[in-house]
Design a protein around this ligand. Structure first.
Ligand code: HEM
Length: 440
């Protein structure tokens, strides 16, 4: 078998994602490609049935956006991992309009006696006895961080114009950037839940809730480390975490050279995609919540001591975003997906069980699991989060024993590494070009 044929067959997806090699000019384009690839007949597909959920959109307890974004696609994976009770399945059947005529594009399996469904039953059972009062902690920590961020913006606004190369300016900008990065990471916990106001604080960074739900959740969470993982694609062709790509000397030098730019431009890139999508795309890219990002410049404008020079305001705002981008990218390369121990597109897949694949694609980093603050800011308890994304970050540690017990039952090993190990591992992964074949 030729290597191309091997890759085509040895993948979660049966089809190479449409538009995968096009310049990323919006999350909307990933959805457009998925609509082409998913054989969902313009409706919503769950396993092999088609559903018309148009009337259910306003009734969905998780909020409208999930179903609005995913119309015309196969939502099997999201449907399976976002709901622990049997109620969504009962509700779903009311909207069935037929059976799909073509096979599913994804090879994932959800066998009732397989690892994922068994674990889901165990976790569902355990959820009845966990202490849910801890869910208040992420809310309090998030709200304090939000207030601290807004205060730090006021500090930044106080510096006199043209006094940027000064510790009195740089220090508050760095603090504001760090607090903003924490907010983005903390809002991630709320992004995975039913619509709520805290998920919008991530928009202060210039990112957008809908885009994050698309590239991070519907793409990256569902198909991690594959060609269908848009979060992995963002950095192409500069960072190629997928081993089956050409990684010659030019790439290696280039990836190091652009590293710095990616650090500073990360959040601007999020806005760039929406602007490009607006002008050259075919779908809506701006929504009311895009206005959230203007809270920062508005605060600088209204609390600044100088005579509200608009250029000054914009400079200060952009400096904060750059600082937040740097911290975010430093955190991003530390999130346990791209290490040489995790499976990536092209590596041999030994099982297509949804849970087992996820276990092979994600690493548990003990340093990120230390306490609720590290879980929120460094994306701790990553394996459990990947398997059951709508469960609150504060509840996850109580479910660890159940995960370990079920892994034992199925003889599945949880991939583990230290925080430092995951950073080093991601660089090694960036340069790995040998596929793991015949190697678990
Ligand atoms: C893209 C696919 C979907 C996603 C990402 C999603 C996400 C969510 C989220 C985040 C919640 C709130 C969970 C919580 O508060 O713990 C939720 C609840 C719920 N969803 Fe969905 N949903 C999806 C599709 C559907 C569909 C197709 C149905 C049924 C037609 C459905 C029915 C429900 C119901 C009944 C609940 C209430 C929770 C329960 O009773 O267990 N969802 N969903």
């Amino acid at each position: 078998m030729s290597s191309l044929e091997y890759l085509k067959n040895n993948s979660l997806m049966k089809k190479f994602p449409s538009f995968r090699n096009d310049f990323v000019n919006g999350c909307w384009k990933w959805i457009e490609g998925k609509k082409i690839d998913d054989n969902a007949a313009g409706l919503w597909r769950v396993h092999d049935k088609l559903y018309d959920l148009t009337d259910f959109i306003p009734k969905h307890p998780g909020g409208r956006a999930w179903l609005e974004i995913s119309k015309g696609t196969d939502i099997t994976e999201a449907f399976e991992c976002y709901h622990l009770s049997s109620r969504p399945r009962d509700v779903l059947e009311n909207y069935c309009v037929g059976v799909a005529t073509q096979e599913r594009n994804y090879r994932y399996t959800f066998d009732d006696n397989g690892f994922y469904r068994t674990l889901k039953r165990e976790i569902g059972q355990k959820m009845k006895s966990v202490d849910k009062s801890v869910e208040i902690k992420p809310k309090i920590i998030h709200d304090i961080t939000l207030v601290a961020f807004l205060m730090s913006v006021v500090f930044v606004s106080q510096v006199q114009p043209n006094d940027y190369i000064n510790a009195n300016y740089i220090a508050p900008v760095i603090i504001a950037g760090l607090l903003l990065e924490w907010l983005v990471s903390m809002s991630h916990n709320f992004l995975h839940k039913a619509d709520n106001w805290r998920m919008y604080t991530g928009n202060l960074s210039m990112a957008a809730t809908r885009d994050m739900r698309t590239f991070h959740i519907l793409s990256h969470h569902m198909y991690p480390n594959t060609y269908a993982d848009l979060e992995t694609t963002f950095f192409d062709p500069h960072f190629k975490w997928i081993p089956a790509e050409v990684k010659d000397l030019q790439y290696k030098i280039q990836s190091i050279a652009v590293h710095v730019n990616i650090h500073t431009l990360y959040f601007f890139n999020m806005l760039r995609m929406r602007i490009q999508g607006f002008f050259w795309g075919t779908a809506e890219t701006f929504y009311w919540d895009d206005l959230v990002m203007f809270i920062t410049p508005a605060l600088i404008y209204t609390t600044g001591t100088q005579s509200s020079d608009i250029i000054e305001v914009i400079f200060k705002w952009l400096h904060i975003i750059i600082a937040a981008s740097v911290f975010h990218v430093i955190g991003l390369i530390n999130r346990g997906h791209h290490t040489t121990t995790t499976i990536h597109q092209g590596d041999e897949i030994f099982t297509y069980d949804f849970g087992e694949y996820q276990m092979n694609a994600v690493c548990d980093r003990s340093g990120a699991n230390m306490n609720i603050f590290t879980i929120l800011t460094l994306y701790g308890e990553q394996v459990l989060h990947q398997l059951f994304p709508s469960i609150d970050a504060a509840v996850l540690p109580q479910l660890k024993e159940t995960l370990i017990a079920t892994c034992k039952q199925f003889d599945i090993e949880m991939k583990k590494c230290s925080l430092v190990g995951s950073v080093v591992g991601q660089y090694k992964q960036m340069f790995r070009d040998e596929l793991y074949i015949g190697k678990k």
